[in-house]
Design a protein around this ligand. Structure first.
Ligand code: ADP
Ligand code: MG
Length: 416
């Protein structure tokens, strides 16, 4: 599967811009099955698929019991999985060109990238060995949730092998298992937004999640109907959420909530941040509390088709994340500023920050020009070129059983 580079060029340019394309799901699944067969010498039983995501708004709110509005991408991670009769586990990622091998008893101790995959098998208490082959069109570590896409692709595949129906209730359980994999095995205390949208995304729509009560509802975002789109700018700067900064923000939020006497920071009254004596905690709390308001404003702007207003709210979110929450970086700031200056209605960083990606709300006919401006601004500073994705709404995770009846012994390649 020629996935990782999966890049082509924007039309109408001198060919300097990198566009990361989502690929065709059935072609990707097919080529992954071939890779599985070549690696393991047997056919895979199932291919799971789970999407990456952008978060339209509501950043660092999930672990504070607040609201967020993510949207699944058509870029996704695919996992071909085959059941074994022993207790061995082999997990190969074509993306990172590495293989993890162990036994069921080793799953909880897996390290590095493999911890995301092995952690899901651990959390689901899988009681038989598996072979796994992973491929992805979600850029890894770019704030577009490649980690949850990987976890959820494996989770739905393993469930399909067990013959379990992917009901709404089961989707929630799988999302929870994937969160446990990321927090307990990887050691990255993320807040749950990524796994929930990967498992529950309503096809074609964004998902408004309220972490106060765990409820969620579809939010149609009819951008294409009005000639708009979300351009994703991957700065290429790679964060590591398992390292200290993300956990430090969580601790600061917990401390602020404790001082304000609320169980979760998003539950504090809107201007209560001003009562916090500590300057840093004040700014962290102000972000979380004003971001909650911005999620509501964005939701309303989308319902009313007030796209300029939506852009303004995105801009305000970025300012708050950069100044109050301090999770932006120069590369994100430049992407956001340049996108706005070259015609975007609004722009903000998306995902946990410290690098990763920004989103820009642009008119379709301006997308290439905005991307070219950001590319040029990076070049002017001598920075590595960013890459771009067009955010087309994708579908929640699902799995398909492999049709092994197509296998004929005399074929060199049983899947073509
Ligand atoms: P994000 O989820 O925004 O992409 P994270 O830091 O949360 O960033 O997760 C990225 C990590 O997840 C990678 O460094 C790698 O360890 C793991 N990962 C994600 N996708 C894959 C993949 N396709 N193959 C191997 N590892 C992956
Ligand atoms: Mg992640």
């Amino acid at each position: 599967m020629n996935l990782p580079a999966a890049a082509s060029l924007f039309d109408m340019t001198d060919g300097a811009l990198t566009l990361v394309v989502p690929g065709d799901p059935s072609e990707l699944a097919q080529s992954l099955r071939v890779a599985f067969f070549e690696e393991y010498g047997v056919a895979a039983d199932v291919v799971g698929r789970a999407p990456g995501r952008i978060n339209l708004i509501g950043e660092h709110t999930d672990y504070n019991g607040g609201r967020c509005l993510p949207m699944a991408l058509s870029h996704a991670t695919y996992a071909a999985v085959g059941r074994r009769t022993d207790d061995r586990v082999q997990i190969r990622s074509r993306t990172v060109d590495d293989t993890w091998r162990g036994r069921l008893g080793d799953l909880g101790a897996a390290q590095g990238w493999a911890a995301y995959a092995a952690g899901v098998l651990w959390a689901l208490e899988v009681d038989h060995g598996v072979d796994v082959m992973i491929g992805s069109t979600v850029p890894v570590g770019s704030g577009l949730s490649s980690s949850a896409a990987l976890e959820c692709a494996i989770a739905v595949a393993v469930d399909a092998i067990a013959g379990r129906a992917l009901t709404d209730a089961r989707r929630l359980e799988l999302a929870t298992a994937c969160m446990r994999a990321e927090s307990d095995v990887v050691g990255a205390p993320t807040g749950g937004m990524d796994q929930l949208v990967a498992m529950l995304a309503p096809a074609g729509d964004a998902l408004l999640i309220d972490f106060h009560d765990g409820s969620s509802r579809a939010v149609p975002v009819p951008l294409a109907e009005v000639g708009l789109e979300i351009l994703v700018i991957d700065t290429g700067v790679r964060h590591a959420l398992a390292d200290g900064a993300y956990a430090a923000r969580r601790r600061e939020c917990e401390a602020a909530a404790h001082l304000l006497g609320v169980p979760a920071l998003a539950r504090a009254s809107e201007d209560s941040w001003s009562r916090l004596g500590d300057e840093v905690l004040m700014r962290r709390a102000r972000h979380v509390l004003t971001e909650g308001e911005r999620v509501d404003n964005a939701d309303q702007a989308i319902v009313e088709g007030e796209w300029a207003e939506l852009g303004t709210v995105l801009d305000a979110s970025h300012a708050s994340l950069a100044h109050d929450f301090e999770v932006s970086c120069p590369e994100l700031d430049l992407a956001v500023e340049t996108a706005r200056a070259s015609g975007a209605l609004g722009a903000r960083m998306t995902g946990g920050g410290f690098g990763g990606s920004a989103i820009a709300l642009v008119r379709e006919e301006h997308a290439t020009a905005v991307a070219a401006s950001v590319h040029a601004a990076y070049a002017a500073r001598g920075w590595s070129p960013p890459s771009f994705l067009r955010a087309r709404p994708g579908q929640a995770a699902n799995a398909a059983r492999v049709n092994v009846r197509r296998h004929r012994a005399e074929d060199a390649d049983p899947f073509t």
